[in-house]
Design a protein around this ligand. Structure first.
Ligand code: PCA
Length: 233
């Protein structure tokens, strides 16, 4: 069996709704009916959706518990980036909390590390360039993004990649295990625009399809595509 964990977030900043959770729920519902594009390529794929609190620290604890419970082969976390106009495939998580607004528990950390003595930045391990090509070909507005900000979404991206790497190291085979080490679990983060707005450039349907295609691409073992995708500024 192949298992994907998709997370969305609670509403925050006084909103009563967060579309990232709609996308996660819809992916799990479609997977239950065998309707995902990713299932056409990975027929034994099941999808679990979990909702994370917009709270520094607690978001990562909730994600960590979900990873332990679900034992996923791939993890895609989703969040809302209000005011943006495309699905943003986040490439880099920074080891930085610098919150412009309080989180849902009232905390507003400034210039703190997420992981004490952790590396300054960690890269998503999803196959973002391969996915970007397919999502763009489907006519969905999509961007490779070099910053997930410095609020809870960035914390989940950095913390997720950090945690998956630690788990891999914990699971390193000993001389007794031979080749039985689990293959590496890919993980990363996607920001979606506020999909409900009447003038939203991306619909819920398109955001769901984009993450579906990202799943399809990221469940392959081969390395990411190698075409240019950087930014000049
Ligand atoms: N977006 C926020 C946190 C939760 C969410 O959906 C962010 O971009 O950090």
């Amino acid at each position: 069996m192949t298992t994907a964990l998709i997370t969305g977030f609670d509403p925050f900043a006084g909103d009563d709704h967060n579309p990232s959770w709609d996308v996660a729920e819809e992916l799990a519902a479609r997977a239950g009916d065998g309707r995902l594009i990713a299932q056409a390529e990975h027929p034994d794929l099941t999808v679990h959706a979990r909702r994370l609190p917009v709270v520094h620290g607690t978001a990562l604890e909730t994600l960590d518990a979900a990873i332990a419970a679900v034992a996923p082969d791939v993890v895609v976390s989703l969040g809302l980036a209000g005011g943006t106009e495309a699905v943003r495939l986040e490439r880099v998580g920074l080891n930085l909390r610098d919150a412009r607004i309080p989180d849902n528990a009232g905390a507003q950390p400034v210039d703190e590390p997420i992981v004490d003595d952790g590396e300054p930045a960690l890269f998503s391990t999803l196959r973002l360039k391969a996915a970007h090509t397919r999502i763009a070909a489907a006519g969905i507005p999509v961007q490779l993004s070099l910053s997930a900000g410095s609020f809870v979404c960035n914390e989940v991206l950095y913390g997720l990649v950090h945690r998956l790497r630690e788990r891999r190291q914990d699971a390193r085979p000993t001389a007794h295990d031979g080749d039985s080490a689990p293959s590496s679990v890919r993980g990363g983060f996607v920001h979606v625009p506020s999909l409900r707005a009447a003038d939203s450039p991306v619909s819920l349907e398109q955001a769901v399809e984009a993450v579906d295609l990202l799943l399809a691409e990221s469940l392959h073992d081969r390395p990411d595509a190698e075409h240019p995708g950087g930014a000049l500024h």
